[in-house]
Design a protein around this ligand. Structure first.
Ligand SMILES: Nc1ncnc2c1ncn2[C@@H]1O[C@H](COP(=O)(O)OP(=O)(O)O)[C@@H](O)[C@H]1O
Ligand SMILES: CC(=O)N[C@@H](CCC(=O)OP(=O)(O)O)C(=O)O
Length: 265
C-alpha cells in the first residue's frame, strides 16, 4: 500500500493568542510548516475579557465554558470573527494561504448540544464519533489552502454551539487520520505537561495511560490541561499517528523529526 501523505493538525490556545509577540512568532513558524496543515485556534481568554466588558460573566466547569444564550453570541463574534480573521490575516502576511472557517461552514463539524445531566452547559457542542466531514478539508488542502478552524460547531438546526478547541483539534485529527498520516500538536504557553503545575521546568516527556492515571490521582492536573489530555488520548487511541503537547515557541521542532515537550502514547 502506498504511504499516506502527512498532515499536521496544530492547535493554538488562548494564552498564546492573547500574547501578540508569542502569537506573531507562532504564526510565522506555522506558515513555514511544509505541506498540508490545518490550524485550530482557541481564544477563551479573549472571549472572557470581551464578555466582562459587556457585563457577561464567564463560568467554567471541568475546563468547559457554561454557554448560555448571551454567551454563545459573544463566543460566535469573538471566535468566528475577531480571533479567526486576525489569525487568517496574519497568516496571509506570513505567506500561508489561509482560509478561516467555523465548524458550521461546509458542514465540517456537526455536533450535538450537550445533554443536561447534573450540569446544564448550555450551548456547548459534543462531537459524535465519525461526524467530522473531511471532504471539504481535503478539497481545501488539495487546493493548497490552509484551513483555520475556530472552536464553533453547529447542531444542523440553525444553532451555533461552543466546543472546546482541543476537542475540535482531536476530532479533526481523528477524521483526517483515515486519509493521512496525522501528527497532532497542541501548542500552549508551557513547555509541556508539567509534573508540578508551578514548576515550568518539570515537563514530563512521555505520558501513557499509567502515567496519566498517576498524575490524576496525585492531583497534578487541573483547569485546561484536563480537556487537553482527554483529547490527546482520544486522538492517539483513534488512529492519529503522533500526538504532542508543547510550547508555541517549539512548533518548528515539533513539526520536524525532533520532539520538544510531551509525547502522548
Ligand atoms: N500539570 C499541568 N501541566 C501543564 N499545565 C497545567 C497543569 N495543571 C494545570 N495546568 C494549566 O492548564 C493550562 C492549559 O490549559 P488551557 O489554558 O486550556 O490551554 P490552552 O491555552 O491551550 O487553551 C495551563 O496554562 C496551566 O495553567
Ligand atoms: C465549551 C468551551 O469551553 N469552549 C471553549 C472554546 C475556546 C477554547 O477552547 O479556547 P482555548 O483553547 O483558548 O481554551 C471556551 O469557550 O472557552
Amino acid at each position: 500500500m502506498a504511504a499516506k501523505e502527512k498532515v499536521f493538525v496544530v492547535k493554538v490556545g488562548g494564552n498564546v493568542i492573547d500574547n501578540p509577540a508569542l502569537l506573531d512568532t507562532f504564526l510565522a513558524d506555522f506558515a513555514k510548516v511544509p505541506g498540508r496543515k490545518v490550524l485550530i485556534h482557541g481564544g477563551g481568554k479573549i472571549a472572557t475579557r470581551i464578555g466582562d466588558k459587556l457585563g457577561i460573566e464567564s463560568k467554567y466547569l471541568n475546563g468547559r465554558r457554561i454557554t448560555d444564550a448571551e454567551t454563545v453570541d459573544v463566543v460566535t463574534m469573538v471566535y468566528g470573527g475577531l480571533v479567526n480573521k486576525q489569525i487568517v490575516a496574519k497568516l496571509q502576511a506570513a505567506g500561508a494561504n489561509a482560509i478561516g472557517l467555523t465548524g458550521a461552514d461546509a458542514n465540517i463539524i456537526p455536533a450535538v448540544k450537550r445533554p443536561v445531566k447534573d450540569v446544564d452547559y448550555g450551548f456547548v457542542g459534543d462531537i459524535p464519533a465519525g461526524t467530522v466531514q473531511t471532504a471539504p478539508l481535503q478539497l481545501l488542502l488539495d487546493a493548497g489552502l490552509t484551513p483555520v478552524l475556530s472552536p464553533l460547531t453547529h447542531d444542523g438546526k440553525g444553532q451555533i454551539l461552543n466546543t472546546n478547541a482541543d476537542t475540535i483539534a482531536s476530532s479533526v485529527a481523528v477524521a483526517l487520520a483515515s486519509h493521512y498520516d496525522v501528527r497532532l500538536v497542541f501548542c500552549f504557553e508551557k513547555k509541556g505537561v508539567l509534573r508540578d503545575a508551578n514548576d515550568d521546568d518539570s515537563v514530563i516527556n512521555l505520558i501513557n495511560q499509567d502515567v496519566y492515571r498517576e498524575l490524576l490521582a496525585a492531583g497534578a492536573l487541573s483547569d485546561g490541561i484536563l480537556p487537553k489530555l482527554e483529547n490527546a488520548f482520544a486522538a492517539i487511541g483513534n488512529g492519529v499517528k503522533e500526538v504532542l503537547i508543547g510550547h508555541a515557541d517549539d512548533l518548528r521542532r515539533n513539526t520536524s523529526d525532533a520532539v520538544a515537550g510531551t509525547l502522548i502514547c
